[in-house]
Design a protein around this ligand. Structure first.
Ligand code: IPT
Length: 970
């Protein structure tokens, strides 16, 4: 009965794949509540469900489209590469959750007109289903994210019709759907009944090319039945569709300028509105070109995700994704790893994004059995592979945004992939073919890799990569353009190193950019936090590897996205001597859609502003402008130049910031002078040494406003502000990137005991009016350590000045996670104001987006809620900060700068937490004042921290001063 579940055939009874389109022909939407019943196995599923008279009154309801695990039936499960069932293709487990769906619907008499046919369309069902209309079996289908159509003319009747659908979680098709995402099931895209009037158009293929040399467009629409074409704007009125029409001058379609022409195809039976974009994609001179120009992908990999609905997305959510992408300077999407909902591609056509449309295919789990029996090279699966590719290409072939086909992801190599490529090339010679796992690039048009290091990308950019053994294959690949179809794994805090990649893409024409992995965290909303792999009791899972996006599950941009936006900005504003340099990094357009303004800030306060006039600047060009005349300032001053949208666009309002640059026009006046009180006007009240073990009877030690513990030498109060004074801190709650890589930095750090350092006081002495506390900080069981010397003195204005001197001892072979001070302030502290980089967090290798300015935030707002808690929230290059509350607070000033973190829990709490809800405010605000932190890198999948961003263990000095801030007077 269910042999189709474990057969190699991709389906039966289905219509031939064809273009996805809507027309004026009648249609009946079958979305909405359906009757639903879930059985734990096929054997336990009810019988007779196809019978129109079947009694489903005992069943519940489930919305279509949706995924049943997102509605409390069964549970989501997450694995990345692992198949969650034994690898014995094509067999699947007996425990195969099976969902029965039923609904009825009315069809009006004479629907569709005389001689009309009817087609039932499923846009996506995960993973395998059979459908019955009025008791008649229509067929079955696999290919979860691909459309299936059944001819239902002979079974449809006027009046009440009953549709039954049985969906299985597992099928042979599941072996081809091992994408890194939640395993979820059900009818998750639209279901529609389409009338096909007599003489209706079954399929069509728009060929709309652009000749960059002449500006001419050519248009031909292949149609399944003779059709007429009208593009009024181009003077084409009711011309034969399937003939080549040359239009002397058209405006081309690009992702930057998504010009679409409204058109209409008509046949005897129907009218189809079309939107045509003229563009030509080629691989020439070793480069991928659109309309004759090399393009640079500032891309992301996009899975379809919503924290409550899973992969069943509303149009609103799709639009939100694209608006967010456009607003963050992203110009390209790889539809990892399956064709998206069709509406998404329509929106890409309209709003402008380059799309690499990827087939619904991945067999990655065969990696763990050395690719034995990989379906990609097994002729029994040939039909299923070709079926998936045909359904992808046929559905999406009319989208100008789709500029490349991708065969799938991580499926090894083999004949079936090769055949997919060959079929695609025949069917659509106008789009290049992509497939990453074919490292030799034998059947693709673009050399693609994932997570290659900067060094390797540089070599590839110079066409100096390691040669392939076969000289012919090597020559072929070396002549291809290069893209990183995945890079910069955006898991947790990071990615670091984006700037260095971008520099390579801008240096080597062959390197045409890449697609950050990935767009969104696939966290599932659970009460007040987001769940990830393992949270649903899965016996096998890959934890939080599923939350690795540039936006959080609720689509709040993460700092990684903000950084990416800055790194890939299409306009670069820099300064050289007294000149501003503006470079147009668009591939096609000039800058006339932007207006340029500047502000001068002194100590972060705006003191002047103005606008800049730019000469016409074509794509790729740059210009120099004199720095505007600026008023005299005395404090540290920065000129910020911004490029904003001059007018509203469909994706952002006028005023939206596209790019910016900052120039220091006046440095900070000389750093605060060192201690002024060496004369002893406010002497240290006593000098003690712990060595003699002098009793605790004597009072505390004081220095100016500072009170110190006589045994530990730690500051316990400044004036009336009680605190847990600063001491050396080297530890940070490991980031996902610290936890990845071979070896993982986290392991290395824990291995040497950096998470369990102990402090031993060597001596507390008075030296020239200073209080000097010497300590040694080291972990148990190791002989490495750090000498930490705290020199406290009095600075100007009775400020307490601290110089921390750090000197590593012993064979340190690991970088420090961080190097600085930690302290604890009373819990009533709630506001932080600072002059430094902001407004967001910044780290050594992810700091382009943080500009110098004056910022303010609550302690809560300083936290970045990474789905899996980890180090976050660092504010860089802080000149001064105040941490205050209703009772006053503390002012910290750097000499010259420090990095600042403030949170209501410790790094240890962060380290121990598994979900954001585990972080509970304690009875203090914990503050880190750092000289530096180790970079972030992207080792959760990819290269680690570049050497220039590593925090090598070395002797170092950090100087900061502290002053109490008085309570505000009412
Ligand atoms: C790569 C996959 O293509 C992608 O789907 C995702 O799993 C990503 O890794 C990590 O999040 S494959 C990896 C083994 C390089």
């Amino acid at each position: 009965m269910t042999s189709y579940l474990t057969g190699f055939a991709p389906g039966a009874g289905r219509r031939e794949p064809r273009a996805g389109f809507t027309s004026d022909a009648p249609r009946i939407e079958l979305n909405g509540p359906w009757r639903f019943h879930l059985s734990p196995s096929v054997a336990e599923a009810p019988t007779g469900v196809a019978d129109p008279e079947f009694d489903d009154s005992g069943w519940g309801e489930l919305p279509v489209p949706s995924l049943w695990q997102m509605h409390g039936h069964g549970s989501p499960a997450y694995t990345n590469v692992d198949y969650p069932f034994p690898i014995e293709p094509p067999f699947v487990p007996d425990e195969n959750p099976t969902g029965d769906y039923r609904r009825d619907f009315e069809v009006p008499e004479g629907w569709g007109g005389d001689g009309a046919a009817a087609v039932l369309r499923f846009d996506g069902v995960d993973s395998c289903f059979t459908a019955w209309l009025n008791g008649h079996e229509l067929g079955f289908s696999t290919g979860s994210r691909l459309p299936t159509e059944f001819e239902v003319t002979e079974y449809l009747r006027p009046g009440r019709n009953v549709l039954a659908v049985r969906v299985h979680q597992w099928s042979a098709g599941s072996y081809l759907e091992d994408q890194d995402m939640w395993w979820l099931s059900g009818i998750f895209r639209d279901v529609t009944l389409l009338a096909r009037p007599a003489g209706a158009l079954d399929d069509f293929f728009v060929h709309a090319g652009y000749d960059a040399a002449t500006g001419a467009g050519t248009l031909r629409v292949e149609t399944s039945v003779p059709a007429r074409l009208t593009v009024a704007e181009l003077g084409l009125v009711d011309v034969p569709a399937d003939a080549t029409h040359t239009i002397a001058a058209v405006r081309p379609w690009t992702a930057e300028t998504p010009r679409l022409y409204q058109a209409e195809l008509s046949t005897a039976g129907e009218r189809v509105p079309l939107r045509i974009g003229f563009r030509t994609v080629t691989v020439e001179d070793g480069l991928l070109k659109v309309n004759g120009e090399r393009v640079l992908f500032r891309g992301v990999n996009r899975h379809e995700w919503h924290p409550e609905h899973g992969r069943a997305l509303s149009e609103e959510t799709m639009r939100e994704d694209i608006l967010l992408m456009k607003r963050h300077n992203i110009n390209a999407v790889r539809t990892s790893h399956y064709p998206p909902h069709q509406r998404f591609l329509e929106l890409c056509d309209e709003l402008g994004l380059w799309v690499v449309d990827e087939c619904d295919l991945e067999t990655h789990g065969f990696l763990f059995v050395d690719w034995r029996d990989n379906p990609s090279d097994d002729p029994r699966w040939r039909e299923a592979y070709l079926d998936r590719m045909r359904r992808t290409v046929e559905r999406d072939k009319n989208h100008p945004s789709v500029i490349m086909w991708s065969l799938g992801n991580e499926s090894g190599t083999g004949r079936n992939l090769e055949e997919m490529a060959a079929w695609t090339r025949r069917r659509d010679p106008d789009r290049p073919i992509h497939y990453e796992h074919d490292w030799d690039s034998r059947y693709v048009d673009v050399y693609s890799r994932m997570y290659a290091s900067h060094e390797e990308v540089d070599a590839i950019g110079r066409r100096a990569e390691e040669p392939l053994e076969d000289a012919g294959a090597d020559a072929h690949r070396r002549a291809l353009p290069f893209v990183l179809c995945e890079y910069a794994h955006a898991m947790g805090n990071g990615p670091g190193g984006l700037t260095e990649y971008q520099r390579l893409f801008e240096t080597h024409p062959r390197c045409q950019g890449g697609f950050v992995w990935e767009w969104i965290d696939h966290g599932i909303r659970r009460g007040d936090h987001f769940a990830y792999g393992g949270d649903f009791g899965e016996e096998l899972h890959d934890g939080n590897f599923v939350t690795d996006g540039l936006v959080f599950p609720d689509r709040t941009p993460s700092p990684g996205l903000v950084e990416y936006k800055k790194v890939i900005e299409p306009v670069r504003i820099t300064a050289e001597a007294d000149l501003l340099r503006v470079t147009n990094l668009y591939d096609f357009r000039d800058l006339s859609h932007l207006s340029f303004g500047w502000t001068l800030e002194e100590e972060g306060v705006v003191v002047a502003d103005g606008t800049l006039e730019l000469p016409e600047l074509p794509a790729g060009a740059s210009t120099e402008l004199p720095v505007p005349r600026l008023p005299e300032t005395t404090g540290e001053s920065w000129l910020t130049v911004r490029a904003v949208l001059a007018e509203d666009t469909p994706w952002a309002p006028a005023g939206h910031e596209v790019a910016w640059g900052q120039v220091a026009v006046r440095p900070a006046p000389g750093a605060a002078s060192p201690a002024t009180s060496t004369t002893g006007s406010t002497p240290v009240s006593t000098s003690v040494s712990t060595s003699g073990g002098t009793g605790a009877a004597a009072g505390p030690v004081t220095l100016g406003p500072g009170t110190f513990d006589r045994l530990t030498g730690r500051l316990t109060a400044i004036g009336g502000l009680a605190l847990d004074g600063p001491r050396l801190d080297l530890w940070r709650a490991p980031t996902d990137n610290d936890r990845g890589g071979f070896p993982a930095m986290e392991k290395v750090w824990r291995g040497v005991g950096l998470d369990r350092l102990r402090h031993r006081v060597i001596g507390i002495d008075r030296e020239d009016g200073s209080l000097v506390v010497r300590t040694r900080v080291a972990p148990a069981a190791r002989d490495i350590g750090v000498l930490a010397t705290y020199r406290w003195s009095l600075g100007a204005g009775d400020r307490l000045r601290l110089t921390l001197e750090v000197e590593p001892q012993g064979p340190w072979q690991v970088p420090f996670p961080r190097l600085g001070l930690r302290m604890a302030l009373p819990a009533w502290i709630d506001r932080v104001r600072w002059f430094g980089r902001g407004p967001g967090e910044a780290y050594a290798d992810s700091r382009q987006a943080a500009r110098v300015g004056r910022f303010e935030a609550s302690v809560e707002e300083l936290q970045t809620p990474y789905v899996f808690p980890q180090e976050n929230g660092n504010r860089a290059d802080v000149r001064w900060a105040t941490l205050t509350g209703p009772r006053g607070g503390l002012r910290v000033t750097g000499e010259p700068v420090f990095d600042l973190t403030a949170r209501r829990w410790t790094s240890e709490d962060l380290d121990a937490a598994a979900h954001t809800v585990d972080l509970v405010p304690g009875d203090a605000v914990h503050v880190n004042l750092d000289l530096a932190q180790h970079g972030l890198g992207t080792a959760s999948c990819g290269p680690g921290v570049l050497p220039e961003h590593a925090l090598t263990a070395r002797a170092a000095t950090l100087t900061v001063t502290f002053a109490e801030v008085a309570a505000p007077t009412e």
